[in-house]
Design a protein around this ligand. Structure first.
Ligand SMILES: [Zn+2]
Length: 238
C-alpha cells in the first residue's frame, strides 16, 4: 500500500474517494464541523481511511465556540485531530483566536489519546513549543517547509513531518527531504488544494516518493516500507 498522511477527502466526490483508497491509505483531515461529519462518514463507507476531525486555522473566525463544543462530540469516533494549528503566514490577523482553538485541540488530543495533524506556516516554533509542553506524543506537522534546523529537534521529540507532492516543483520541499531523517518522514498530497496551477491529489504521492527516494539514495520500495512504519507508529493501523 501507499500512504497519504494529509488529504481533504471530504472535498472529493465519493467515486474518487473509492478509487483513491483502493491503493492508498489516507489520513482524511477536516476543516470544520460539517466536513468532520463527512470525513467520518467516508471512513465508515470505505476502507483505508484514517478520519480526523478539526477546525482549520483559516476558519477560526467563522466558527463559533458552540460549533467547537459540538465538534467535541465527534472526537471519540475519530482516529486523529486535524487539520488544526497556527498560521502566521496566511492569516496572522486571527492569531489570538487560532491560539485559543489550538490549545483546545491539544487538550483533546491528550485526553482522547489521538495524534495531531498540524498546519503551521511560519508558526513552526510556536506549535512545537505548545505540543512539547502538553502530554501529546503523536504529532505530525504537515507540508513541512519550516527551518531545516528544527528537523533534528522534531525527531528528538518523536514527532513527524510530511513532505507534500508539490516537491515536484517546490525547491524548499527538496531541501526538507534532503535534511530530514528517514524516521520522521511521511508523504502527503493535501488534495484537492491547488498549488501553483497544480490540483493536488492522493495518487501524486507516488511521484513524490520517487523524488524523495532519489534524494535519499534509496529504492522507492524501501522508502515506502519506512513510511509505512512511521505511519503505523503515528496513526495506528487501519
Ligand atoms: Zn490541508
Amino acid at each position: 500500500m501507499l500512504y497519504d498522511a494529509h488529504t481533504h477527502l471530504h472535498e472529493f466526490l465519493d467515486s474518487r474517494v473509492e478509487e483513491f483508497t483502493k491503493e492508498i491509505v489516507i489520513v482524511g483531515v477536516s476543516d470544520d464541523y460539517p466536513s468532520s461529519r463527512r470525513t467520518l462518514e467516508l471512513a465508515e463507507r470505505f476502507n483505508n481511511i484514517m478520519p480526523c476531525v478539526g477546525i482549520h486555522p483559516w476558519n477560526v473566525d467563522k466558527v463559533s465556540i458552540d460549533e467547537l463544543r459540538q465538534l467535541e462530540r465527534l472526537v471519540s469516533e475519530a482516529k486523529c485531530i486535524g487539520e488544526v494549528g497556527l498560521d502566521r503566514r496566511f492569516v496572522p490577523q486571527t492569531f489570538d483566536r487560532q491560539l485559543e482553538f489550538f490549545r483546545t485541540f491539544v487538550t483533546w488530543a491528550r485526553d482522547y489519546d489521538l495524534p495531531l495533524n498540524i498546519h503551521a506556516p511560519d508558526a513552526w516554533r510556536d506549535v512545537l513549543e505548545l505540543v512539547r509542553r502538553s502530554d501529546v506524543e503523536r504529532v505530525l506537522i504537515h507540508w513541512y517547509t519550516g527551518p531545516l534546523n528544527l528537523l533534528n529537534e522534531i525527531r528528538d521529540y518523536g514527532y513527524y513531518i510530511s513532505i507534500n507532492a508539490a516537491i515536484r516543483i517546490q525547491e524548499k520541499s527538496r531541501l526538507v527531504a534532503k535534511e530530514a531523517p528517514l524516521d520522521v518522514i511521511l508523504l502527503e498530497s493535501d488534495g484537492p488544494y491547488e498549488y501553483r496551477g497544480i490540483t493536488l491529489e492522493p495518487p501524486m504521492v507516488r511521484d513524490a516518493a520517487r523524488i524523495v527516494a532519489e534524494i535519499k539514495g534509496i529504492k522507492v520500495e524501501e522508502l515506502w516500507e519506512r513510511i509505512g512504519e512511521n505511519f503505523s507508529r503515528l496513526f495506528g493501523r487501519v
